[in-house]
Design a protein around this ligand. Structure first.
Ligand SMILES: Nc1ncnc2c1ncn2[C@@H]1O[C@H](COP(=O)(O)OP(=O)(O)OP(=O)(O)O)[C@@H](O)[C@H]1O
Length: 291
């Protein structure tokens, strides 16, 4: 709750449309609202649009006007202080073996984990120490020699040093061992429950998430098919595990895609219409800019 007794919305997406340059509209009329303390799982098949959505929420793409994607009541794209101040954090992608990254700036060379972590300015020493211990990081690790999972731990540590209010996670636990993953999920839960942080987590790994998540959002081809409280997913009371709930959703999707492809293959060829890339891209409803 905000100080004036009115509940503050962490994330608000209203009638959002989006297209990649030269491609037809991908996301149309997307709406989502999350309050502080929410832990929302973002589920969908490969190519459904999870990364695209997270990048839009992170303010990396401009979509429509200032009111379309709001984080903490501010425009995710226009209000750059959200990211600079650490209130809005995005953790996705992975560092390559030979190149480390500070944010999105590649750093070539031999750096220690200590150099990377202590190089983040303004971090609270207690929070930093807690994260180093939680992620079991050896500060002497050389970043170009460590394993994928060890490098991922350093990346996550750096990304969490600022006490975010909205955190967007794109499949970041994929390289972590079971203990590191479970401890990290517990840390995220505490951040939501104790500080009112809000997390959107895109993943294909569902182990342990049945009781971790408060909400689930399921996207199919850029369309939000479901957005509901975990406690209100009727299938979960029967199936018990998330994987058993989501599997039929994804199988139905695949079957429908295959049926549509079969129908298309039988249909006579449509007359060729000359359409330039710019006419697909030129619709202002779907116009987007990138950073
Ligand atoms: N830069 C880009 N330019 C054009 N099309 C893109 C671009 N990035 C992604 N796409 C397309 O957008 C769609 C959604 O991709 P996205 O990466 O958001 O899916 P995803 O749900 O995160 O998939 P995955 O589970 O495989 O990570 C895909 O069809 C992809 O080919």
């Amino acid at each position: 709750m905000a100080g004036n007794g009115v509940e503050k919305t962490s994330l608000e997406v209203t009638a959002m449309n989006f297209a990649y340059p030269g491609k037809p509209p991908f996301i149309s009329n997307f709406n989502l609202s999350l309050q502080p303390g929410s832990r929302c799982l973002l589920i969908g098949a490969n190519g459904a649009g999870k990364t695209t959505l997270l990048r839009i929420l992170a303010g990396k793409h401009m979509v429509g006007g200032r009111d379309v994607v709001r984080v903490l009541g501010r425009s995710a794209f226009h209000d750059t202080s959200l990211v600079c101040g650490g209130e809005l954090a995005y953790l996705g992608g992975s560092w390559s073996r030979t190149v480390g990254c500070a944010g999105e700036i590649p750093l070539q060379g031999d750096f220690s984990a200590e150099f990377m972590i202590f190089g983040v300015e303004g971090a609270n020493p207690e929070r930093r120490q807690k994260l180093i211990e939680l992620l079991d990081i050896d500060l002497r690790w050389r970043m170009h020699k460590v394993s994928d999972g060890q490098r991922r731990r350093v990346q996550i540590c750096m990304g969490l040093l600022q006490p975010f209010e909205v955190l967007l996670l794109d499949e970041i636990t994929v390289d972590l061992d079971v203990v590191a993953r479970l401890d990290l999920l517990e840390f995220f839960k505490e951040e939501c429950e104790q500080r009112g942080a809000c997390i959107v987590y895109a993943t294909h790994i569902f182990d342990g998430l049945e009781t971790w998540a408060s909400h689930i959002a399921y996207v199919e081809d850029g369309t939000l098919k479901r957005a509901q409280l975990m406690s209100e997913v009727p299938e979960l009371t029967v199936a018990k595990t998330l994987i058993k709930v989501v599997e039929p959703w994804l199988r139905r999707e695949r079957e429908e895609r295959e049926k549509a492809a079969a129908v298309k293959a039988l249909a006579p060829p449509a007359p060729r219409v000359q359409q330039s890339a710019s006419s697909l891209w030129g619709s202002s409803r779907h116009m987007a800019y990138y950073r």
